[in-house]
Write a protein that binds this ligand. Structure first.
Ligand code: SOE
Length: 382
């Protein structure tokens, strides 16, 4: 076990990224631009790792990485690498994250934390041992860094909604609506762990717990696979994960949440919607209008009540003061820059970044309970 790797003096922190597909691309742009907008330690994008030598070299050149490598083990052994950002698929998270933490590297890992509870528990143990040596770790639930959602959390924490009673949350996509969409690693249980559940309900569950500052205690769930076979390279293959998932969640503070996620909701491309209803106010958010938050102040005179649209681009809204003047909107990719900003500030300050691996494990426990409830048709206590 190695103590936190750190550069000497004010030398830049060296970053390595493992994986260069969709999430690698999103994280790379954040590593490239974070220091231009936020006051963070200087970083250098030292090395990008992936299996295919030619493709990883091309991705490294395009995404701003100084070097490319084909073995992540060589990368985490390097003395000039202080941070490892894991954007590889979920079945690789545990092995890479644990090895990197043991080598003294700070670790950012894409969500969900892992594909199984056992792997997640091992990752938490490694993160706790590493934390004691000053080595930090974080899970990439990027929607926590949407300014409107971070602001919604602030309003809820400040009591502007009174007692939160009810949350309605959905995350709908349609990239699997077409029955001829081919098999991928995301549709096999052994590589993805689960389907829409782990991929997008994980975001929703994290968001519900984040917004309310609360934890799920009880779960009822249902899963469904609408398209059971899809074309593979050698002919049709069985889909072994869910296309859609539903759950009702009880939270320790007394609120109830409904969750609905799907990858076959025709016409919905990446639609994350969240509504929160309290005794004195309510909020609504829609990712397709991510600069906006609807807020209803239930204490206003009845004749004046109604949802008002807050454009979350004022300098005192979370994160946005670093970007453009009020009203100059930001996009989905900014959430990754904010995430890396928070991670780097925590590393600089020797603080534990959030969401921690423990918070990631809490989400995994809810996912596992939804699966168990779907199989047993019973509510599951956490
Ligand atoms: C695919 O469904 C996906 O890319 C998720 O894996 C991401 O976490 C989500 O932000 C967008 O959709």
């Amino acid at each position: 076990m190695t103590a936190a790797a750190g550069p000497s003096g004010s030398a830049p922190l060296g970053v390595a990224m493992i994986g260069y597909a969709f999430m690698g691309k999103a994280h790379s742009q954040a590593w490239r631009n974070v220091a231009a907008y936020f006051d963070v330690p200087t970083v250098e994008q030292r090395v990008l790792a992936g299996r295919d030598a030619e493709q990883v070299a091309q991705a490294a050149a395009r995404f701003g990485w100084a070097e490319a490598a084909t073995d992540w083990r060589d990368v985490i052994a390097r003395d000039d690498v202080h941070i490892v950002d894991i954007c590889a698929p979920g079945w690789l998270h545990a092995e890479i994250a644990i090895a990197a933490l043991e080598a003294g590297k700070h670790v950012l890992v894409e969500k969900p934390l892992a594909n199984s509870l056992t792997e997640s528990e091992h990752m938490v143990a490694a993160a706790q041992a590493a934390r004691a040596r000053g080595v930090q770790s974080m899970v990439g639930f990027n929607y926590r860094r949407v300014p409107a959602l971070a602001y919604a959390r602030r309003l809820i924490a400040d009591g502007r909604l009174g007692t939160v009673r009810q949350v309605r949350a959905s995350y709908l996509q349609d990239w699997l609506a077409d029955e001829s969409a081919p098999m991928t690693w995301r549709l096999r249980k052994e590589t993805a762990g689960s389907g829409a559940l782990g991929d997008i309900a994980s975001h929703v569950i994290d968001q519900v717990q984040f917004l309310l500052g609360d934890t799920v205690t009880d779960v009822s769930g249902r899963l469904h696979t609408f398209v059971e076979r899809r074309p593979g390279p050698g002919g049709p293959e069985d889909v072994t994960v869910d296309d859609a998932a539903w759950a009702t969640l009880s939270l320790a503070g007394g609120a109830l949440a409904s969750v609905e996620v799907s990858r076959v909701a025709l016409g919905r491309k990446n639609s994350l919607r969240i509504e929160v209803y309290g005794s004195h106010g309510a909020l609504a958010f829609d990712l397709e209008r991510l600069n906006e938050l609807e807020f209803l102040d239930g204490t206003a005179p009845g004749a004046e009540q109604g949802f008002r649209r807050i454009v979350v681009t004022e300098p005192d809204h979370p994160y946005v003061g670093a970007w453009w003047p009020p009203g100059h909107v930001i996009g989905w990719e900014h959430t990754f820059t904010h995430q890396i900003r928070d991670f780097l500030v925590a590393i600089r300050d020797g603080a534990s970044p959030s969401p921690s691996f423990e918070e990631g494990l809490r989400v995994q426990r809810v996912l596992a309970a939804i699966e168990e409830s779907a199989t047993t048709a019973k509510a599951i206590q956490l």
